[in-house]
Ligand binder design. Structure first.
Ligand code: FES
Length: 104
């Protein structure tokens, strides 16, 4: 179990925005969807491509490499060629900042 990692100030993650934080070797994509914060691994489960390079729309992110889409709230893979869900991570707001961690 690792410590929490500071993502950014809350003012830097407004509704519709996203940030990437690193916890050790794990890239974590943190998104603000209509005021609710979610964190998933920033790594497509198809071929490990960084999802943060893709477009986020309607609570989904599309991988720019082969077009797989994921639900950012649940991590669920929504279409081929990805089938495995994204690992999800906890998020908290404390001291005016957003925090996450790889709790696997
Ligand atoms: S690496 Fe994301 S769809 Fe292939």
């Amino acid at each position: 179990m690792t410590d929490w990692v500071r993502v950014c100030a809350t003012s830097e993650l407004l509704p519709g925005e996203s940030q990437v934080a690193w916890d050790g070797d794990t890239a974590i994509l943190v998104v603000n969807l209509d005021g609710d914060l979610y964190a998933v691994e920033d790594k497509c489960t198809h071929e490990d491509f960084e999802l943060s390079a893709g477009a986020i729309d309607g609570g989904e992110v599309e991988c720019t490499l082969h077009g797989a889409r994921f639900d950012l709230r649940t991590g669920e893979a929504l279409c081929a060629p990805a089938y495995a869900p994204l690992p999800r991570f906890p998020v908290k707001v404390e001291d005016g900042a957003v925090w996450t961690r790889d709790d696997r």
